[in-house]
Structures are given as C-alpha cells and as structure tokens.
Design a protein around this ligand. Structure first.
Ligand SMILES: NC(=O)c1ccc[n+]([C@@H]2O[C@H](COP(=O)([O-])OP(=O)(O)OC[C@H]3O[C@@H](n4cnc5c(N)ncnc54)[C@H](O)[C@@H]3O)[C@@H](O)[C@H]2O)c1
Length: 254
C-alpha cells in the first residue's frame, strides 16, 4: 500500500518512524507540508519524496494520511476523495461542521473512496459503537488538561467549558478531536466538560456511557508527544495500528 502524508509534524513523524523501522507492506512514499523543510526532513528519514504541490502525489498513492489541521481537511479531503483515493483523517474536529460532513460523505460515496478515522487519543470507542443503536441513553466526556498545556498558572481546577460537543468545537477547535470522534461513533452530540486541573500533568479523558446494556467508564491518561505537547502519543499509535490493520486477515476488537 502506497501512502502520501499531508502534515509532517509530531504525528506524521511518529507514524513514519515506526512504519519504516519494521518490515511491512506499507510504503510511505510522499510527504507534503506547507513548511517544505518539514516535508523534506521526514522524506529523508523514510527514503520518500517531499512534494511542493500536494496534487503531485495523487496519481501514485492508494491512501492519503492527513495529520495537519481541521482547516486542511476542509481543503484537501474533497480533492483527494473525488479522485477515489481513501483517506485516514486525524483532524476529526473538521467533521463537527455538519454541512462539510454531509458533503464529504457524498463525495466519498460517489467516488467509491473510504474515510478512516482512528480512535485517536481515547479508548472505549469499540464499546460506544457496539451499543450506539441498542439503547445508548447517555454519553459524556470529561477532559482534564494541565495548566501548563494551556499556558495557565492556577492553583485549583477551573471548568473551561461545559456543553455539547458541537459548541465546544467553536471555542476549542484544536482540542475537539476526541469529542468529535466519540460523537461520530454514536451519532450523538455528546456532553463535554473541559477542565484545567493543576493536579494532572497529562491529557486525561474520561468517557461515561449508560444505557440498556448497562454502563461503562473509560479513563485514558495520555503522555504527550515530545514534539507537540498538545498531541497525545496514543493518537499516533492508533493511526499506526489502523494502517497495519488494512492488510490483516483477522480483525480483533473492532
Ligand atoms: N484524532 C485525535 O485524537 C488527534 C489527537 C491529536 C492530534 N490530532 C490532530 O492531528 C493533527 C496533527 O497533529 P500534530 O500533533 O502532528 O500537529 P503538528 O502541529 O505537530 O503538525 C502539523 C503539521 O501540519 C502542517 N500543516 C498544517 N496545516 C497545513 C496545511 N493546510 N497544509 C499543509 N500542511 C499543513 C504544519 O506545518 C505541521 O508541520 C492536528 O490537527 C491535531 O489536532 C488528532
């Protein structure tokens, strides 16, 4: 499988380093970034090609992996999907724009392209998907962030946001990926609380789901990526797993 990457920052570097370090059938061949130097650095690491125009890679890839920004998804995804090329999208917050979501879904269907959204920085999506249409009554996400990660200096916890995921995206567009992923997994505008907490030094996500099936709670306490403290390591690791799963005969825990 030949892959092109859009956005050569923290996530792209972790994924590429891991994929090139072992034998597999994944060839990360092309790299595009608005900062060409970033694309060139990672292309050198992978023995791939850094492109100045992202369309230059579209004739020669099976899949595009987006790890750039929500705005970039809005620009690039329609072009890629119209060419019938599958995508993995990391900047899932882009899909909280419901008009964009419907447009992009139609483009993908019309052109027989698939959109893959990794579970990202959170665990528990398998359960949420399983119960989504079977009496799921309540889903909530509480995210705790350290004051340092938000550039704040406080002594006691402070609620930054409480409301629906669709509202959170307007105030925290770069921190909404987890809420967006959960909302999409159960097709519900979930309840979100974002707390800045001096007692945590990691990004902590607590999901609670209740319904006819019973109840579950998951807590993910993420270490950040060294290259970008706003991004959790787990997000990159989930994309690596997804990439590898395309060529596996048996699928576990999906
Ligand atoms: N799904 C999840 O759970 C999850 C978790 C963490 C991060 N993310 C998202 O993944 C994305 C990448 O995260 P990261 O930590 O690697 O970010 P990063 O800032 O380290 O790297 C992003 C790279 O994309 C490039 N870029 C940004 N906009 C671009 C554009 N329009 N065209 C070309 N290049 C562009 C930047 O120059 C940068 O090199 C972000 O949108 C982030 O919000 C998702």
């Amino acid at each position: 499988m030949k892959v092109g990457i859009i956005g050569c920052g923290a996530i792209a570097n972790i994924i590429t380093t891991s994929i090139v370090s072992e034998e597999n059938d994944i060839d990360i061949a092309y790299f595009f970034d608005k900062d060409i130097e970033r694309a060139e650095n990672i292309a050198t690491l992978a023995g791939g090609v850094a492109v100045l125009d992202f369309e230059d890679m579209l004739n020669d890839v099976d899949l595009i992996l987006e790890c750039a920004s929500p705005d970039s998804v809005k620009y690039f995804a329609p072009i890629v999907l119209k060419r019938g090329i599958d995508m993995i999208i990391m900047s899932i917050g882009a899909f909280m724009d419901t008009d964009f979501y419907s447009d992009v879904l139609k483009i993908a269907k019309d052109n027989n392209a698939k959109i893959h959204l990794p579970s990202g920085a959170v665990v528990g999506l398998d359960g949420i998907k399983a119960v989504a249409k079977f009496g799921l009554k309540e889903v909530s996400l509480v995210t705790r962030k350290s004051p340092k990660s938000l550039g704040k200096d406080i002594d006691s916890e402070e609620v930054l946001f409480e409301g629906k995921a669709s509202e959170a995206v307007k105030e925290f567009p770069l921190n909404i990926n987890v809420a967006a992923t959960i909302s999409m997994a159960c097709n519900t505008d979930i309840d979100v609380k974002i707390i800045v907490d001096p007692n945590v030094d990691r990004n902590v996500h607590e999901i609670t789901a209740k319904g006819d099936f019973g109840e579950f709670k998951t807590i993910t306490m993420n270490y950040p990526c060294a290259a970008n403290p706003k991004t959790s390591m787990l997000a990159a690791l989930s994309a690596i797993r997804l990439l590898k799963s395309f060529n596996e005969t048996i699928s576990v825990g999906m």
